[in-house]
Design a binder for this molecule. Sequence first.
Ligand SMILES: Cc1cc2nc3c(=O)[nH]c(=O)nc-3n(C[C@H](O)[C@H](O)[C@H](O)COP(=O)(O)OP(=O)(O)OC[C@H]3O[C@@H](n4cnc5c(N)ncnc54)[C@H](O)[C@@H]3O)c2cc1C
Length: 302
Amino acid sequence: MNELAARLRREVRGQILLNEPLSPYTSWRLGGPADVLVLPASLDDVAAVQELARERGVPVTVLGGGSNVLIADSGLRGVVVRIGRPLSAVRITDDVVEAECGAPFPRIGRLTVQRGLTGLEFAGGVPGTLGGALAMNAGAHDQSTAAVVLEVTAVDARGRVVRLSREDMDFSYRSSRLQKEPGLVAVKAKLRLREASPAEVRERMRAFMERRRRTQPVGTKNAGSVFKNPPGDFAGRLVEAAGCKGMAVGDAMVSPMHANFIINRGAATADDVRRLIEKVQTAVFERFGVELAPEVRMLGFA
Ligand SMILES: Cc1cc2nc3c(=O)[nH]c(=O)nc-3n(C[C@H](O)[C@H](O)[C@H](O)COP(=O)(O)OP(=O)(O)OC[C@H]3O[C@@H](n4cnc5c(N)ncnc54)[C@H](O)[C@@H]3O)c2cc1C
């Protein structure tokens, strides 16, 4: 790994960090170290990392804002590529947004609302990056990331730059090709929104944010919704009805305010959260016969 890090330091402009704790890079503030963490400064950096890692058979994991991941306490082996601030340019021309995937998704939401464009009002309350929103097909209030995508530029596991149409992205509820194809890293995207009344879109974003403040444990360490909604129902409703609000393992607790949120009260471990997820799944299954699937991406678990 040291030899790989040395090569990366020679060939990549961005930062290369060895044995870097990942908890500060996640909204739960959980997770052990990455063998090597790369903070690429350009698309070429991403391609170079992929090529060098592949030559050596070293796995590559992608991280955006870390707002929907549970990283194991043992950390992640191989290379973690974090698409963040150095790759965060945003340009809006008429109703088309061209943005790099490290751009904060709420910022893209606010900029489009300022231009009187509709389609991303929900993004104001969805932390993380554009890349994460594409990977997760983030959505809320009947809006989704997939609905506005024209094209995504990504780097594949061989270091080749590929252009993916919305169809190629294989979007579905909280899922996309980026989750299914190992090593596929989104670096930029073109989105098309629609022109609308500036006052209306501003008001819609304001109302969405206000609803979040009333219903979500704002200010806590969490990762948003932990479970996907099963067809025709809401995970939060089932978790609450199964009596799990306030259930805890160590310092991980099901939020008393919103049953689909798990909060880190301070000293939780990733394993506490994993065990709590399993306890909730068991309780919901025993009560309703429904198997809740995690929405959060569990990384580094056996
Ligand atoms: C308070 C709060 C509220 C939330 N509300 C919502 C909501 O309303 N709706 C919703 O859908 N989600 C919500 N979330 C979850 C989360 O914000 C979204 O899933 C977000 O889009 C994740 O982006 P991220 O950059 O943090 O991704 P990360 O958590 O870093 O990564 C998530 C997944 O995406 C992959 N990924 C990240 N970047 C890339 C890239 N560039 N290329 C390829 N793969 C990549 C990762 O490998 C991982 O599998 C919420 C979270 C919080 C903390």
